[in-house]
Design a protein around this ligand. Structure first.
Ligand SMILES: Nc1nc2c(ncn2[C@@H]2O[C@H](COP(=O)(O)OP(=O)(O)OP(=O)(O)O)[C@@H](O)[C@H]2O)c(=O)[nH]1
Ligand SMILES: *[C@@H]1O[C@H](CO)[C@@H](O)[C@H](O)[C@H]1NC(C)=O
Ligand SMILES: *[C@@H]1O[C@H](CO)[C@@H](O)[C@H](O)[C@H]1NC(C)=O
Ligand SMILES: [Mg+2]
Length: 377
């Protein structure tokens, strides 16, 4: 039996925590939980922040050895969209990124979520990284379905697609995520100070050492390319053609249309760069061409009436609004997001001390779009 005092304490504690959760999730929408204010939150409880605050990244040492690469750094950060429940998966990805690349470069990280990250999430991630890390909350108006979407129509499509063998065909949160990655992540206040980004997703593998700085004045870098599910983009290409017709001056000369289309733009071959890996120039997305393109597509409603992914829309944007030579294939970065891998071959495999199975390489799969990329040059 519970004593009266215990009961009162329990009721009070429940009230206080519910109140805390409610006030946090409402008032903090669109605001940022920065590195410094998280560190200060922990100070009282632990007698000192378990963060690397105050140690300039360039002096951070790995097991006592200074492995920091000399030279300048690009104005770049890792950008990670994740849920609290992705903690184990993203820890694995971040650990590999640190071991294979960032222990030498100490680039900062920005984590984004539409609900506040848990203290455990922040503590465990901060313990892994060798650069600064910030945790941001996504503003409500950047995440949820906009008011001008007809929910009845959207729901009908989710029900229809949910019956097909298409990943997340019936999911509304997945659609919010795709639209956010397509047109909003680069506008987040924590991302705004950066020019370049490297996207990292949960449960991916980085198989090889990357001993050079990857930021190279290109606009978009990829490792794997493949065709999109037809049913998720039924009307996307019609929208793209309409946009090009109305805004021919926004399309780049010497672009990569022939990666997207086998008939010079008449139809879409559904090839896209697999966007769970992206190294990119944020100014490509922030520029006039892509901004107008995203708004145009967004108002067609296909992120909800179909299930347009960030991968095809980014790929079409990168291909049309960059020169083809600004799109880079990172052939020497060994990478896997289930179920596909890119495994470097020959000398690059040895040099990078890769551990991927050389026979598990999507480049040689008949569905790979790499040959269309190669044909551009
Ligand atoms: N904050 C937040 N992040 C999400 C949500 N859904 C997906 N993400 C993130 O968005 C990215 C892509 O989501 P995934 O669920 O991996 O989508 P996917 O790669 O198409 O599907 P899988 O094959 O299951 O990995 C990952 O970085 C996820 O952590 C969400 O509802 N909220
Ligand atoms: C570690 O090496 C880098 C690059 O050479 C250098 O800039 C930095 O000062 C070194 N740090 C320490 C603590 O020696
Ligand atoms: C980077 O790219 C821009 C735009 O294409 C070009 O004008 C500039 O010369 C390039 N800079 C370097 C260092 O390659
Ligand atoms: Mg994934």
């Amino acid at each position: 039996m519970m004593t009266r005092t215990r009961y009162v304490v329990l009721v009070l504690a429940t009230f206080v925590s519910i109140h805390f959760i409610l006030s946090f999730s409402h008032e903090d929408y669109g605001r940022v939980t920065s590195f410094s204010n998280i560190a200060s939150q922990f100070k009282g409880a632990t007698g000192g922040p378990p963060y690397k605050a105050g140690i300039p990244a360039q002096y951070y040492q790995h097991d006592g050895v200074n492995e920091t690469a000399p030279g300048e750094r690009a104005n770049a950060a890792f950008v990670v969209l994740a849920r609290n429940g992705d903690l184990n998966g993203i820890s694995s990805s971040v650990r590999q990124m640190e071991d294979r690349f960032n222990r030498k470069f100490h680039y900062p990280y920005v984590f984004l979520n539409e609900v506040p990250f848990s203290d455990e999430f922040k503590r465990r991630i901060t313990n892994l990284v060798s650069g600064e890390v910030e945790f941001g909350l996504i503003p409500r108006e950047h995440w949820f379905q906009p008011s001008w979407i007809d929910e009845e129509k959207a729901k009908a499509d989710r029900e229809k697609m949910g019956k097909l063998p298409i990943p997340y065909g019936g999911s509304l949160p997945y659609r919010n995520m795709c639209r956010y990655n397509t047109g909003f992540f680069y506008r987040h206040e924590l991302v705004q100070k950066y020019r370049y980004y490297w996207r990292i997703d949960p449960d991916v593998n980085f198989y090889c050492n990357i001993d050079y700085d990857v930021y190279n004045n290109k606009t978009y870098g990829f490792t794997i390319s493949l065709p999109e599910y037809r049913e998720t983009i039924t009307t996307l290409w019609a929208g793209v053609k309409e946009f090009i017709k109305e805004n021919p001056e926004l399309v780049s000369p010497d672009n990569a249309m022939d990666f997207l289309s086998d008939d010079h733009g008449e139809t879409y071959n559904r090839c896209h760069f697999w966007s769970n890996f992206e190294i990119g120039d944020l100014d490509l997305w922030r520029g006039e061409a892509y901004s107008k393109f995203f708004d145009f597509l967004d108002h067609k409603g296909g992120f909800y009436y179909e299930r347009w992914g960030d991968a095809p829309v980014h790929s079409i944007g990168a291909a049309l609004f960059s020169r083809k030579d600004q799109i880079h294939f990172f052939s020497d970065i060994g990478y896997k997001h289930n179920p596909f891998s890119h495994c470097p071959t020959g000398e690059a495999y040895t040099r990078g001390k890769c551990w991927c199975d050389p026979n598990d390489n999507f480049d040689t799969n008949p569905y790979s779009c790499l040959k269309r990329y190669d044909k551009l040059f």
